[in-house]
Design a protein around this ligand. Structure first.
Ligand SMILES: [Zn+2]
Length: 340
């Protein structure tokens, strides 16, 4: 069915890895289309913009080569604020890109149009068009990893706010004076329920002998306290680590109650590496805590669901953003033609 559909590349540019996917998108209908190929590469640690551009171009070319088809455009998801209209990356906390014309540079390297999108917004867009939020008019996405990001859908569209930074659910302050957050404040949702927050607690338990399976899985090196290590510790019977997950779930539920009370969404999708590995336990605790705090009757109106697209949510959303932006830029006649 997708043999003649235009192909778009979606790229997720992370602090440690680059994921590029080629998607055939049927012009006649909305949807994520067919994933033709998926390529993973490492993000260079050099923090030189030229090296990052080269690594992205290499991943994109490799995804296209596997797909074996010409490409209509590329969307790239950036972990930081950006100027979409100018194709400019404002700044990235871990990559060293600052006021960098990434769209222009990548476009020159690849010979195709390039569109920028924020990574969390891309993830929400992916889930909205082809994942767990399909068909929703009003919804929220919460993505849990080293930090917590979010995105808001209102009337079927991403809500970006007045300067494009809407959806920072991770920095809702839930415990004034609580643990310090990456943003510099204290007691944010991110400081209470991100994988980083869980890792701090689990490391303390492992070091004091209360989490032997965690100690086996990750030792006492904080950097090894990844989602997979948590999964191993839970499977290995570390009930103390289970308690850490339940506590993060409790705070996630407090955050969800605030979100649902404020926005009355039909659904909230929870994604990120944490949910792929031990989302069931985390979400069970979160639902209970949320329901205790919601306005009367609201609990029955909202679904809390796990991400359906997983690792592909962000590249998929980036490809959709590219397709939409490029179609909107085309003159009306050409748009009409390509839609038939
Ligand atoms: Zn914060």
């Amino acid at each position: 069915m997708a043999s003649d559909s235009p192909v778009f590349i979606g790229v997720d540019l992370g602090a440690t890895k680059i994921v590029a996917a080629a998607l055939a998108m049927d012009p006649g209908k909305e949807g994520v289309g067919e994933v033709l190929s998926q390529v993973k590469g490492k993000t260079p640690r050099t923090a030189k913009a030229k090296d990052i551009v080269a690594a992205i171009a290499e991943a994109a070319k490799s995804a296209l080569a596997s797909a074996g088809k010409p490409c209509a455009g590329l969307g790239i998801a950036i972990p930081g604020p950006l100027d979409r209209a100018k194709g400019l990356v404002r700044y990235t906390p871990n990559l060293g890109l600052e006021n960098y014309p990434l769209a222009q540079e990548l476009s020159a390297a690849l010979g195709m149009p390039v569109v920028l999108e924020n990574d969390v917004q891309a993830g929400v867009l992916g889930e909205l068009v082809g994942g767990a939020l399909r068909g929703c008019r009003n919804a929220v996405g919460v993505f849990i990893g080293t930090g917590i990001g979010g995105g808001i859908v209102i009337n079927g569209e991403l809500y970006r706010g007045s300067t494009g930074s809407a959806g920072e659910v991770g920095h809702m302050i839930l415990m004034e004076g609580g643990p310090v957050c990456g943003c510099g404040n204290y007691g944010c949702l991110e400081a209470l329920a991100s994988r980083t927050a869980m890792a701090k607690d689990a490391l303390a338990l492992a070091a004091s002998g209360k989490a032997p399976a965690m100690l086996d899985a990750a030792g006492t090196d904080f950097r090894k306290y990844r989602s997979s290590a948590f999964e191993e510790a839970l499977e290995g019977g570390d009930e103390a680590v289970g308690g850490v997950v339940d506590r993060a779930g409790f705070w996630l539920g407090v955050g969800l109650a605030n979100i649902v009370n404020l926005l009355n969404p039909e659904a909230v999708v929870v994604g990120g590496g944490v949910t792929a590995r031990f989302g069931k336990r985390l979400l069970k605790a979160a639902r209970a805590s949320m329901e205790d705090r919601l306005m009367t009757g609201l609990a029955a109106t909202v679904r809390i669901v796990q991400s359906e697209l997983g690792d592909l949510a962000v590249p998929t959303g980036a490809a959709i953003a590219a397709r939409r932006d490029l179609e909107a830029r085309r003159p009306a006649g050409a748009k009409e033609k390509s839609a038939r």
